[in-house]
Design a binder for this molecule. Structure first.
Ligand code: ADP
Ligand code: MG
Length: 409
C-alpha cells in the first residue's frame, strides 16, 4: 500500500470553494493509486468564525485566564468542524471519506494542556479506513492523553500530527500544503524578492523553523527526520512542486543539490520580544544578584532568553506578554530594571556557517547602512542573531536578505 499524508493549513480550507480545490488535489493523488490520509487545520485565520483564535477570544470574554483543560476542548473544535465538512465534501463528490478525531486517529500525547507532545501513535482506525478504500480525514492539532483528556499540540500542531502519522504509517511522503509556494529564503510577506528553495535538508529547515520561519513546525521536521520520511512544502493554490525536504538526493525525486553546500539558508525573524536590562553597578550587595534574578523569574514561570551577564549589568529577553510580570518580580527584589518592550529578533540562518569568516561583519554592515540599532547580538553553530526594535524589523530582514544576495535577481 502506497500511503500519502497531506496536510492542509487554515487558509487553504477557509471556504467551500477553497475546499473544492483541496478535494481536487486529493482526487488526483487518489487516482494515482495512493491511499490518502488528509490532516486538516481549523478553517481560516484570526477573525474567521471557526478559527482557533476566535475560540480563544470567545472564552477569554467570560474568563481572562481560561481553564486549561476546557480551553483545549474548545480549541480542538476548529479542526473537528473543518474535518467533518471536508469528509462530507469529499464524499459528496464521490470520493468516500471518513473523519477521525485526534483520539480516533490514535494520537496519544503526554497530556500537557495547550502544548502537548505526541508520545506515540496507534493508527489502527486509519488503517481500517485505508483497507476499506476510504480517505481518512484526520483532525490536526489534537490528541488524547493517556488519562483520556483532550489535549492540543500548540501553534503549528497540525504539521506535527501530519508528520507523526507519516512516520506511523510509513508514508511515501508528507505534503504540507500552505498559502506560499514553499520554503523561501525569507518570509515572502516581508521580503518581496524572497526566493523559493526547491530542496532543503531537514536540518536546515529545522534551524529556519526554530528561528521563526513558521512555515512548518520544527517538531514536525524532527519527527519526519527520525525515519527519513520526505516532506514536501507546497502551495494549495498553484501546481508547482514547492520545496522538497529530505536528507539526500536518492530520496524520492529530489534534485541532487539537496546535499547542501550553501552557507546561508535564509533570514528569519521573531517578534513580540521584550528586552530587560538591570544595571547592577550601583547595588549595595551585587554578589549573587544573577542567581536571585533568574531564580525568582523561574519560580514565577517566566522563561528567559538571550541572557548576557556582565560584571555591571544583566540583560535578557522575555516574550512581550510576560514583560509586565517580569518587571514586577524584579521590582520586588529592589532592582531598577529598564525595559524595551517592542523588540524583534532577526537571524541569519545556515547549517554550514560555522567557522566561515566575515558573516558577522557583513551583518553589522547591512544593519548600520540602514541606521538600525543593534540592541543585543549573539550566535550559535547555525545562526547569528540581532535584537532590534520592532519598527526596524522589516527593514532589517530586507537589508540582510539583500546583503547576502539571497533573493531572486
Ligand atoms: P498554515 O496555516 O498553512 O499552516 P502558516 O501561517 O502556519 O500556514 O505558515 C505559512 C506562512 O509562513 C506563510 O504565509 C509565510 O508568511 C510564513 N513564512 C515565514 N517564513 C517563511 C519562509 N522562510 N518561507 C515561507 N513561508 C514563510
Ligand atoms: Mg502552520
Amino acid at each position: 500500500m502506497r500511503i500519502l499524508v497531506q496536510k492542509f493549513g487554515g487558509t487553504s480550507l477557509a471556504t467551500k470553494e477553497l475546499r473544492t480545490r483541496v478535494c481536487e488535489i486529493i482526487h488526483t493523488n487518489k487516482q494515482q493509486g495512493f491511499s490518502m490520509v488528509v490532516v486538516v487545520s481549523a478553517m481560516g485565520r484570526e477573525n474567521a468564525a471557526y478559527a482557533t483564535d476566535t475560540f480563544i477570544n470567545m472564552i477569554k470574554e467570560v474568563n481572562p485566564e481560561p481553564l486549561a483543560r476546557e480551553l483545549d476542548i474548545l480549541m480542538s473544535c476548529g479542526e473537528t468542524i473543518c474535518g467533518v465538512l471536508l469528509a462530507n465534501q469529499l464524499t459528496a463528490r464521490g470520493l468516500n471519506a471518513r473523519f477521525l478525531s485526534g483520539e480516533q486517529a490514535g494520537i496519544i500525547t503526554d497530556g500537557n494542556f495547550g502544548n502537548a507532545h505526541i508520545r506515540y501513535v496507534n493508527p489502527q482506525k486509519i488503517k481500517d479506513c485505508l483497507q476499506e478504500d476510504l480517505i481518512a480525514v484526520v483532525a490536526g492539532f489534537q490528541g488524547i492523553g493517556e488519562n483520556g483528556e483532550i489535549t492540543t499540540l500548540g501553534r503549528g500542531g497540525s504539521d506535527t500530527t501530519a508528520s507523526a502519522l507519516g512516520v506511523a504509517l510509513n508514508a511515501e511522503c508528507i505534503d504540507i500544503f500552505t498559502d506560499v509556494e514553499g520554503v523561501m529564503t525569507a518570509d515572502p510577506r516581508i521580503v518581496e524578492n524572497a526566493r523559493l528553495l526547491d530542496a532543503i535538508t531537514y536540518n536546515e529547515l529545522c534551524q529556519l523553523a526554530r528561528d521563526g520561519a513558521k512555515v512548518v513546525h520544527p517538531r514536525a521536521i524532527e519527527i519526519a527526520m527520525q525515519k527519513g520520511i520526505p516532506i514536501r512544502v507546497r502551495s494549495t493554490f498553484t501546481d508547482t512542486l514547492g520545496t522538497m525536504v529530505a536528507n539526500q538526493a536518492n530520496q524520492l525525486d529530489v534534485p541532487a543539490k539537496i546535499v547542501s553546500d550553501r552557507v546561508i539558508t535564509g533570514i528569519t525573524y521573531t517578534s513580540n520580544i521584550a528586552q530587560i536590562k538591570i544595571n547592577t553597578s550601583e547595588l549595595k550587595e551585587p554578589k549573587g544578584i544573577e542567581l536571585k534574578v533568574f531564580k525568582s523569574l523561574a519560580l514565577a514561570g517566566v522563561s528567559v532568553d538571550f541572557i548576557t551577564v556582565q560584571p555591571r549589568a544583566i540583560m535578557f529577553t522575555v516574550p512581550s506578554e510576560k514583560a509586565a510580570k517580569a518587571m514586577g518580580i524584579l521590582q520586588t527584589l529592589d532592582l531598577l530594571p529598564e525595559v524595551e518592550s517592542n523588540c524583534a529578533k532577526v537571524a541569519i540562518v545556515g547549517a554550514a556557517m560555522t567557522g566561515v569568516p566575515g558573516i558577522i561583519y557583513k551583518m553589522m554592515e547591512a544593519l548600520t547602512e540602514h541606521d538600525i540599532t543593534i540592541l543585543q547580538a549573539g550566535d550559535s553553530y547555525t545562526n547569528i542573531w540581532c535584537l532590534v526594535k520592532m519598527e526596524h524589523m522589516k527593514k532589517a530582514v530586507q537589508a540582510l536578505h539583500d546583503k547576502f544576495e539571497l533573493g531572486n535577481k
